[in-house]
Ligand binder design. Structure first.
Ligand code: AMP
Length: 430
């Protein structure tokens, strides 16, 4: 299938072609015509599937069809809610990229930066707002934004928003939107909470499911190095220098661990930076940018911070520590081997993590190749120690099924009230 078969206008198609894309991904092929037709959507798709263009392209087209409305009303017409600043920035970049040839104005609204410039943008009038929930509500309370003109709403990575404790903020925002609107819900997983949210929000939705663009087993070469807890740092240094890895995303379980490891790598003359929620917005943007431009070799990140990071052709992912939720392993290694590129995922596993490794292998339905680096053989005398669960450990269910399917309409389960979100650290994103 070619993009030109999706019903997109010449202006939008031109931007897509300039981006070098000719074939829509499965989620795009399914979602674009449905969104253009004005349908509500419940989409099971995660980062890496091309979902952002899947909703951005048709939204731009729908809004561009009657730009006179935007100019007249001075109120935003589309709202995209995203869990993190990084994702909000990435979505806004997509809006810019694909909206190059249409006259629509957009703003990214997220916390951790001064509110003034955002206020100015909003007051000047924008058509599309991409926002994290907390900061958006700050603007609402300061009367910087009027959401009564929203025609299209997108909840992007809805499961993450709920994991991060945003459910109350989301409900407050939904209450400010007009009843009649088109709503699109994207989520990697469909817990009861997500279904409850969907039930109240979506009208006769079409349900769309796609597998990750590259299932890990196909595109990513995975291996495990068995190593002692205290020797992981030295092994990582060895792997990076010996193999001349130039762009490595390393996952640690904690923010403190990320900082300590980045520091240790820098001491070994490997340029590295840490990315986590305690860093300022400026630091996070700079670290990500330096990493993308290969100014630094290694980015050490926690799961939440790395969520939504979108780097084409990222060659190496390292699990410095295994995640405590097996599905996070799949998310992590899904950062590499995208768009048909070959990627490598290396995990450094000590005796404490053997059970986690077995859980992961159970989810993958196959064993991962084990290696031992000469000189780093595990000491059989060392005993396992308990691993502390990070705050972000969660109980989400993986998306059902893997095959692309369209079912209409979806039947979200019952009218259950959503359970209260667990921990709450959404305020950091205000
Ligand atoms: P997303 O799932 O939206 O985060 O997109 C993942 C990556 O796929 C991004 O780097 C996009 O630029 C890229 N991408 C999106 N659509 C296509 C397409 N039709 N062909 C090739 N790459 C694409």
């Amino acid at each position: 299938m070619h993009f030109s078969e999706l019903g997109l206008s010449a202006d939008i198609l031109r931007a897509v072609t300039e981006q070098g894309y000719d074939t829509p991904t499965p989620i795009q092929a399914q979602a674009v015509p449905l969104v253009l037709a004005g349908r509500d959507l419940m989409a099971a798709a995660q980062t890496g599937t091309g979902k952002t263009a899947g909703f951005t392209l048709p939204i731009l087209q729908r809004l561009a069809q009657d730009t006179h409305l935007s100019l007249k009303r001075f109120k935003p017409r589309a709202l995209v809610l995203a869990p993190t600043r990084e994702l909000a920035i990435q979505v806004q970049q997509s809006v810019f990229t694909y909206g190059k040839h249409v006259k629509l104005r957009t703003a990214a609204i997220y916390g951790g930066v001064a509110i003034g410039p955002q206020t100015k943008l909003l007051k000047a009038g924008v058509d599309i707002v991409v926002a994290t929930p907390g900061r958006l509500l700050d603007h609402v309370s300061q009367r910087n934004i009027d959401l009564s003109g929203i025609e299209i709403l997108v909840l992007d990575e809805a499961d993450r928003m709920l994991d991060m404790g945003f459910i109350h903020d989301i409900r407050k925002i939904l209450a400010l939107l007009p009843k009649r609107k088109q709503s699109l819900l994207f989520s990697a997983t469909f817990s009861d909470e997500i279904r409850a949210l969907a039930t109240g929000l979506l009208r006769d939705p079409v349900s769309v499911e796609v597998a990750r663009r590259n299932a890990p087993a196909e595109a990513v070469a995975q291996c495990v190095y068995c190593v002692d807890r205290e020797r992981k740092r030295d092994l990582l240094v060895r792997l990076i220098t010996e193999n001349r890895w130039h762009q490595v995303l390393v996952f640690t379980r904690t923010k403190h661990g990320a900082d300590a490891l980045a520091e240790r790598l820098c001491k070994a003359r490997i340029s590295a930076a840490a990315l986590h929620g305690n860093k300022s917005q400026g630091q996070r943007i700079r670290a990500l940018d330096d990493f993308k431009k290969l100014k630094i070799n290694v980015l050490v990140a926690t799961d939440i911070a790395a969520r939504g990071i979108d780097i084409d052709d990222l060659p190496h992912v390292v699990n410095y520590e295994l995640p405590s939720v097996p599905e996070d392993y799949v998310h992590r290694i899904g950062r590499t081997g995208r768009a048909g590129a070959s990627g490598e995922a290396t995990s450094l596993v000590c005796i404490d993590e053997h059970k986690l490794l077995r859980d992961i292998e159970r989810v993958l339905k196959h064993e991962i190749e084990k290696r031992v680096m000469p000189g780093f053989e595990p000491d059989p005398k060392i005993k396992a120690e308990p691993i502390q669960k990070p705050r972000s450990a969660r109980m989400a269910q993986p998306a059902r099924g893997a095959k692309p399917t369209i079912k209409a309409p979806a039947k979200p389960a019952g009218n259950r009230r959503p359970a209260a979100a667990g921990h709450h650290f959404g305020s950091r994103h205000r």
